[in-house]
Design a protein around this ligand. Structure first.
Ligand SMILES: Cc1cc2nc3c(=O)[nH]c(=O)nc-3n(C[C@H](O)[C@H](O)[C@H](O)COP(=O)(O)O)c2cc1C
Length: 316
């Protein structure tokens, strides 16, 4: 029995993490069609653009998918919640902020609510507020991370010990071994981001995919500590320049300018890596090919089964 697949009505407990402003209908639908849960990352997109992507996704799949709303990132939380109702999106994932005020509305409209958390106390608060599933994310992950900087390996068992609702592990998972490990830590599913960048359906510029293929784990670094907000990105000349500015003392306003969604889109979708940054998690070092999403999910599920069977023999 797996509570995550039951609640989300999906085949495999593998979820696409929201990728604000840059993922599209094709990738979300490919993940859902492959048996996982595709996600439309709203980022800072205006509601009419998000609505268009929802409609396109519905053209491509009849399977469930989710809408990721990054609470403190978008100025459009209420409009995006309304869109999930208007278009009957069955799952809403709330990240980057306190999900509590929005959960009653979503439950009134029969949504399954995923809350992304990075500590036990946030997990307990989200559970108390009625979240259906927690996504517990370690700071190995790509993109905006929690300044608490807990790793996935330590975060998952601590959260699982303190909550009753299902937990999905995020941060640093890219293959069947990672999926098996997440199960063994007590998670009932995984959320992946970095690994999905290098898939055939991902709408990202080839430069992004190639840089990810060439990267090692140490090439995915944290920026923003000096201003008190962190993000994991690939080391590129753009990011090195930003690091130099941080060393000299950077204002939050300036940091926000350098790490705006606009600077992300320019690099990730248009390949202008001198003009913007590329999100990546530490699992980058594992990424060596560009499979289809279906191939990736099949490999992860089969690889996890093999690894779990092998595990019993490792006691000697
Ligand atoms: C390109 C990219 C953009 C992301 N944007 C968002 C976002 O808008 N909202 C969010 O909650 N997480 C975002 N994330 C994090 C993912 O949803 C996911 O939780 C994370 O990538 C999992 O860790 P991994 O990268 O090690 O697989 C993003 C990740 C990537 C790779």
């Amino acid at each position: 029995m797996n509570r995550v697949t039951d609640l989300l009505n999906i085949q495999h407990p593998i979820i696409q993490g929201g990728m604000g402003n840059i993922s599209n209908a094709k990738l979300a639908a490919a993940v859902s069609e492959a048996g996982g849960l595709g996600t439309i990352g709203c980022g800072t997109m205006p509601p009419d653009e998000v609505e268009e992507i929802i409609l396109q996704t519905k053209q491509l799949t009849e399977k469930p998918f989710s809408l990721n709303i990054a609470i403190n990132v978008t100025p459009h939380v209420d409009e995006l919640l309304a869109l999930s109702v208007k278009h009957q999106v069955p799952v809403v994932s709330l990240s980057a902020g306190n999900p509590s005020p929005y959960i009653p509305f979503l439950h009134e409209h029969h949504k399954i609510v995923l809350a992304v958390v990075a500590s036990v106390s946030h997990a307990q608060k989200a559970e108390a507020a009625g979240a259906d599933i927690l996504v517990a994310e370690g700071y190995e992950a790509a993109g905006i991370n929690s300044i608490l900087e807990l790793t996935t390996f330590t975060l998952i068992p601590q959260v699982v010990q303190k909550v009753q609702i299902p937990v999905i592990a995020a941060g640093g998972i890219g293959d069947g071994k990672g999926l098996a490990a997440a199960f063994m830590l007590g998670a009932e599913g995984v959320q992946i981001g970095t690994r999905l960048i290098a898939t055939q359906e991902a709408p990202f510029h080839d430069t992004y995919k190639q840089q990810l293929l060439q990267a090692s784990g140490t090439d995915a670094i944290i920026i923003g500590r000096s201003v008190g907000t962190i993000r994991r990105v690939l080391t590129t000349p753009y990011v090195k320049k930003l690091q130099e500015l941080e060393k000299k003392g950077m204002s939050m306003e300036n940091y926000r300018h350098y790490t705006s969604e606009e600077r992300h889109v320019v690099a990730a979708l248009e390949g202008e890596v001198e003009q913007g940054f590329l999100n990546s998690g530490q699992i980058a070092g594992l990424v060596e090919d560009v499979p289809s999403v279906q191939e990736l999910l099949n490999d992860m599920v089969n690889g996890a089964k093999k690894q779990l069977a092998k595990g019993m023999n490792l006691f000697g």
